[in-house]
Design a protein around this ligand. Structure first.
Ligand code: GFP
Length: 822
């Protein structure tokens, strides 16, 4: 069939027709949003043909599939990315130009489907892109939250959360698939009944239920006709609200079901790595997991008679502890619906489910109070109890009489169900997301489990998709790279190493830095429009963008800005290369210190940006509503990438890789994937500082760190800290930032003062920042350094990560899709 994207006339006609049929308007009358919809539907038309062809290939070739289960998919906008992957971006841009529309403006109309908080959800989105591009059959499974991650407004320096109604204009790239709906049951009780085969059947009674209805979103592979599916589930009431129920006295139940469905998919929980036992959150987890596992089993059964062989065709990857109830749900289906014995069901489940851990923050390993868990999911709880009972027998066998071990490793203990333990016991693979992180899991956090199941543990260092974060986000650099080394990098990032021959070439250096300058101009314009702040594109753009969390140490960064400001004020004539410190971060709505840090950044910005006496040497910018779409521009424009988490705390990081790909230099600790970046590009081409993870862990264990010592001994640090409580940045309000001050110094307020060692690492950080400045002054040296970073970024493509998952964990079959004329 004909691909209209490559035929200007046909494409324009299709867009016009869409405007007509969707809105009964001419192009002249249509709004920008309407044109976006019409263009998207034209693109979707092409995608649908490939999608159909992909499904037909699956039917024919019967490949093994991965179901990637994740509470979060931070997709970012689809239109531009789909055009890139269909290799039609340029053609469509030209066609639209011809009728007087700018593709960038049209892309801007798309809401940013923000169904995730940060790294974990964005990783899931990169993985989907890589799976489709590499030709592996995959279903992403998640929730179609009505409201995505909140939109962030900054009012008077404070974060204000505004609902993100991303579906309000309708989302053109989704497809409702009611024929694949499933019932999901909550509550009630379990009744044991005799079954025909002489065994006992367990039946859930008096439950409430909702109908899970999937919306499929296409995931377009790069230039290979492949279109995978992201299925995100919506909840609907099982039956319509009928007067009949009213007559029967079931009125309350009908209303309850309606409400249950409405509430279930309303919001995405904000993540501060500290999810409290929220009942609704557990319901959400079971809701999408149950529906997804049911769909996976149903699909398998359509083509295969023998359920015992499920793991030959289906594998389930659990993205963090959130979907680990999948283990018990699969057991339930195999036991109660397929009528298998426990041993048969367990043999299948433990070959099908695998688990990824994304953090060592102990409080993020989800635990549910037994009371909530057993009340909401009575049958699932029974199954978890049995898994636990059998597992503890295993532990007893391995460590006879060791009650301490049993207590520590139990899935159910101390009134709680521990989801990570469930995932590890039932999973056939447990992976961390960077080498250091995996080692810490093995040696510390999950040591007991590693000793018992060493073969399950493995590392999969994260990666990012170069198609969104270079090709789409930084077209100037992408084109330059292609001119130098050809296009192979688009599907194999290791080709970037061919750039190494250019790093000493003055002309190439100049071109490279000119592109960086253009990208800085683009961001400066954005900042001018959104923040009303004028920034100098010739200053160093020093950027920290990521979820706000104390371990990521945005606070240390802003304290350092305060320190620099003091220095410039005291020594107006000192040499200082102008710097623009750019922040972007959302804080979980209930996370006090994180929100206060945002206020502090804005307060510092207010004072510094208005101080004419420092001659524009320093600027501070807080970019409102940091999200995937503006992130693409920010990465492209950065000179310096701040990756400054307390060593051992950041499992991997993926922003670090996006900056590297776009030619920024990293100032960072030896944490997460920074360690592997240093290995690839050489420590001398990064700005490494701070304690090692071993040192941090030793201080934590010995409890021998007292930030007061630093306060007493270091005059300059003391001055900065005093400015938190002397009203310097708060219009004389000495209390405004006291909680931050206390978190750093006052042992009475937090369990440990300065839990994340901001003061301990401060001097080493400041010294590394001086090295950055010195390096930046040497224009050629800097160009070489950042070009070397780009040349050595190859390892950090999510294509590499996914290939490792496939080779070591999933063992999927490669699929080739051909679209034939119909
Ligand atoms: C988490 C971890 C990160 C890691 C991502 C993806 O993301 O270190 O890179 O998961 O594995 F903390 P955030 O919670 O930081 O968003």
């Amino acid at each position: 069939m004909k691909n209209i994207l490559f035929d200007k006339k046909e494409f324009i006609k299709c867009v016009k027709d869409n405007v007509k049929t969707l809105y009964r308007k001419t192009m002249e009358e249509a709004s920008e949003q309407e044109v976006f919809q019409a263009v998207s539907y034209a693109v979707k038309d092409v995608i649908i043909d490939n999608w159909l062809a992909t499904q037909q290939t699956f039917d024919k070739e019967d490949p093994k599939m991965v179901y990637y289960m994740s509470m979060e998919f931070l997709m970012g906008r689809a239109l531009g990315n789909n055009l890139i992957n269909l290799t039609a971006y340029k053609e469509v841009k030209e066609a639209l130009d011809e009728i007087g529309f700018d593709l960038n403006m049209i892309e801007d109309q798309e809401p940013d489907p923000a169904l995730g908080n940060g790294g974990l959800g964005r990783l899931a989105a990169c993985f989907m892109d890589s799976l489709a591009t590499l030709g592996y059959a995959a279903y992403g499974c998640g929730i179609r939250y009505r409201y995505g991650m909140f939109k962030q407004k900054i009012k008077d320096g404070y974060q204000v959360e505004v609902p993100d109604n991303w579906l309000k204009n309708g989302y053109p790239f989704e497809l409702r698939r009611p024929e694949h709906s499933f019932e999901v049951k909550f509550g009630g009780y379990v009744q044991a009944e005799p079954a025909e085969n002489g065994r006992t059947k367990f039946v859930q009674k008096n439950y409430q239920s909702v109908l899970a209805v999937p919306y499929d979103m296409p995931i377009v592979g790069y230039n290979n006709n492949m279109v995978n599916t992201l299925m995100i589930w919506d909840a609907e009431p099982m039956e319509c609200f009928e007067l009949d129920s009213f007559d029967k006295g079931d009125y309350r139940k009908a209303v309850e079901q309606e409400n249950l469905a409405r509430n279930l998919v309303e919001v995405l929980y904000p993540n501060d790595n500290h999810i409290q036992g929220k009942e609704l959150r557990l319901k959400q987890q079971y809701f999408f997991v149950s529906a997804s596992v049911q769909r996976a089993v149903a699909r398998y059964k359509k083509y295969h008679p023998d359920i015992h062989k499920l793991s030959e065709k289906v594998t389930i990857q659990m993205n963090d502890t959130h979907p680990t109830v999948a283990v018990a749900e699969l057991m339930r289906i195999l036991l109660d619906e397929e009528g298998l014995t426990w041993d048969e069901a367990w043999a299948i489940t433990t070959k099908t489910c695998a688990y990824t851990n994304h953090t060592i923050m102990a409080e993020a390993l989800e635990k549910w109070p037994i009371e909530i868990f057993s009340r909401l999911l009575p049958r699932i709880y029974q199954i978890v109890e049995e898994i636990n009972r059998r597992f503890l027998l295993e532990v007893e066998e391995e460590y006879p009489g060791n009650q301490y071990k049993k207590d520590k490793m139990a899935i159910i203990h101390d009134g709680q169900v521990k989801m990570a333990h469930l995932a590890i016991v039932a999973g056939y693979s447990v992976n961390g997301v960077a080498r250091l992180h995996t080692e810490i899991l093995k040696k510390q956090e999950l040591k007991d489990f590693y000793e018992l199941f060493p073969q399950k543990f493995n590392n999969k260092t994260n990666g990012i998709t170069q198609r969104r974060f270079l090709y789409h986000g930084n077209p100037l650099l992408a084109e330059w790279v292609s001119n130098k080394i050809g296009n192979d990098w688009i599907t194999d990032l290791s080709h970037m190493e061919k750039l190494a021959v250019y790093v000493d070439d003055p002309k190439a250096q100049q071109e490279f830095m000119q592109i960086k300058y253009q990208n800085k101009l683009r961001l400066a314009k954005y900042i001018q429009e959104h923040n009303g702040i004028e920034v100098d594109p010739r200053s160093i753009f020093d950027v920290q963008v990521k979820r706000l969390h104390e371990y990521k140490r945005q606070l240390m960064n802003i304290l350092h800005v305060m320190y620099l400001y003091n220095k410039i004020k005291e020594h107006p004539d000192m040499e200082f290369y102008p710097r623009t410190f750019i922040f972007g971060a959302k804080a979980a709505a209930g996370y006090k210190n994180a929100k206060l840090t945002i206020k502090l950044i804005n307060a510092v910005a207010d004072v510094i940006n208005h101080d004419a006496s420092i001659d524009n040497k320093l600027k501070v910018v807080f970019i409102e509503d940091y999200k995937v779409s503006n992130a693409e521009w920010i990465f492209a424009a950065a000179d310096v990438s701040e990756q400054i988490s307390t060593a051992s705390k950041e499992a991997s990081g993926t922003g670090n890789m996006k900056f590297m790909l776009n030619g920024a230099a990293t100032i960072g600790t030896m944490d997460g994937a920074n360690v592997e970046m240093a290995e690839e590009v050489g420590k001398e081409n990064m700005f490494i500082f701070g304690m090692s993870s071993d040192e941090v862990i030793a201080h934590e264990q010995n409890r021998d760190y007292n930030p007061m010592d630093i306060f007493n001994q270091d005059q300059e640090i003391r001055q900065v800290l005093m400015q938190l409580i002397n009203g310097f940045y708060s219009g004389n309000d000495t209390e405004l930032f006291r909680d931050l001050y206390n978190s750093l110094l006052n042992t009475q307020c937090t369990q440990f003062a300065d839990t994340y060692f901001c003061l301990k690492d401060f001097r080493s950080y400041a010294e590394a920042q001086e090295r950055v400045e010195k390096a930046y002054r040497d224009e050629k040296g800097w160009a070489k350094l950042v070009m070397l970073n780009v040349a050595h970024v190859g390892k950090f493509s999510s294509d590499r990560t996914i290939q490792e998952y496939v080779d070591d964990i999933w063992h999927l079959d490669k699929v080739k899709v051909t679209v034939t004329e119909q």
